[in-house]
Design a protein around this ligand. Structure first.
Ligand code: ADP
Ligand code: MG
Length: 256
C-alpha cells in the first residue's frame, strides 16, 4: 500500500474510540446482548469470534446504530450515541463498515460506489471525490476495475472495493463483519492482506472473523462471545494457547 492516502485521519480527537458500558439489547423477548463492556483505544485491533448466533454482528452493528440497544451506554470517539439524529450521523461518518456480502450499490460503477458518500455527505466536488477514490482503489490494488460494475468483479475484488469505499470517508474506526466468510478460499488472502496493511497503518479496527491466522498476526485483543455475552478476552497468545473458559476451549477445538 502506498503512502498517498494515509495522512487523512478522521475527525475524532478522543483516545478511546469505542466505549460500550453495560450494553443490553433485546429482539422482542430475546435477550441478544447481555451487559457488554468494551473499550477500544485509538489504533487498537480487536478480533471478535464466537459461535453463529452469539451476537457478534448485533454488537458491532450497535456501534454505528444499524441496530439500536435498549440499555447501557455507547460512546464513539467521545460522542455518546443517543436518539439524536445529528449525533447518529456524526458517529456514522466516523465509523466505516465492511459487510460479509460487500453491500456495494449494484447499479453504480466501482468508482461511483466510492464517490457517492463523499459527494453527497461531505459535499466534495466530483473531480476531487474521483481523484480520492482512485487513490484508495490503488491502495487496495483494484484501480484498473474502476469503470466496471460490482457484478463484473469477483467476490474478493468486490470486498476490496467495499474497503476502499469505506476509506473514502476517512473513518476513525473500521468495523468488519466476517469480511471473508462469503469468499472462495483463493480470494480470502487478497482481502486479509488489505486488512493487515490497514492495521499496520494504525487503523482502529473491530473485526468479526474466524480467520485465526489473521487474529494471531494483527489483533491486540481477541474477544470470545457466546449467547450474547463476552465470555473471554485476551491477547492472542494467551487466548489461543491457554483459553480459560470451557466454552472458549470447545469453540477453538472446533475451528482450529
Ligand atoms: P452472530 O453475528 O454472532 O452470528 P447475530 O448478532 O447475527 O449473531 O444474531 C444473534 C442472535 O439474534 C441470533 O440468535 C439471531 O437469530 C438473532 N437475531 C439477529 N437479528 C435479528 C432480528 N433482526 N430479529 C430477531 N432476531 C435476530
Ligand atoms: Mg454475524
Amino acid at each position: 500500500m502506498t503512502q498517498a492516502a494515509t495522512n487523512t485521519p478522521g475527525t475524532s480527537t478522543s483516545d478511546l474510540m469505542v466505549e460500550m458500558r453495560g450494553v443490553n439489547k433485546w429482539y422482542g423477548d430475546f435477550h441478544v446482548l447481555r451487559d457488554i463492556y468494551l473499550e477500544v483505544k485509538r489504533g487498537e485491533r480487536i478480533v471478535i469470534c464466537g459461535p453463529s448466533g452469539s451476537g457478534k454482528s448485533t454488537m458491532i452493528r450497535c456501534i454505528n446504530h444499524l441496530e439500536e440497544h435498549q440499555k447501557g451506554e455507547i460512546v464513539v470517539g467521545g460522542v455518546p450515541l443517543t436518539q439524536d439524529v445529528k449525533r447518529i450521523e456524526q458517529i456514522r461518518r466516523s465509523v466505516g463498515m465492511v459487510f460479509q456480502h460487500f453491500n456495494l450499490f449494484p447499479h453504480l460503477t466501482v468508482l461511483e460506489n466510492c464517490c457517492i458518500a463523499p459527494m453527497w455527505v461531505q459535499k466534495k466536488p466530483r473531480k476531487e471525490a474521483e481523484e480520492q477514490a482512485m487513490r484508495y482503489l490503488q491502495r487496495v490494488r483494484i484501480a484498473e476495475q474502476a469503470k466496471k460494475y460490482p457484478g463484473q468483479l469477483s467476490g474478493g475484488q468486490q470486498q476490496r472495493v467495499a474497503i476502499a469505499r469505506s476509506l473514502c470517508m476517512h473513518p476513525d474506526v473500521m468495523l468488519f463483519d466476517e469480511p471473508t466468510s462469503a469468499l472462495d478460499p483463493e480470494m480470502i488472502k487478497e482481502v486479509l492482506d488489505v486488512m493487515i496493511e490497514l492495521a499496520e497503518e494504525g487503523m482502529t479496527m473491530l473485526c468479526v472473523t474466524h480467520e485465526m491466522g489473521f487474529a494471531k498476526t494483527v489483533a491486540d485483543r481477541v474477544i470470545f462471545m457466546d449467547q450474547g455475552q463476552v465470555i473471554e478476552e485476551n491477547a492472542p497468545e494467551p487466548f489461543f494457547n491457554n483459553p480459560q473458559s470451557e466454552r472458549t476451549q470447545l469453540f477453538l477445538s472446533q475451528i482450529l
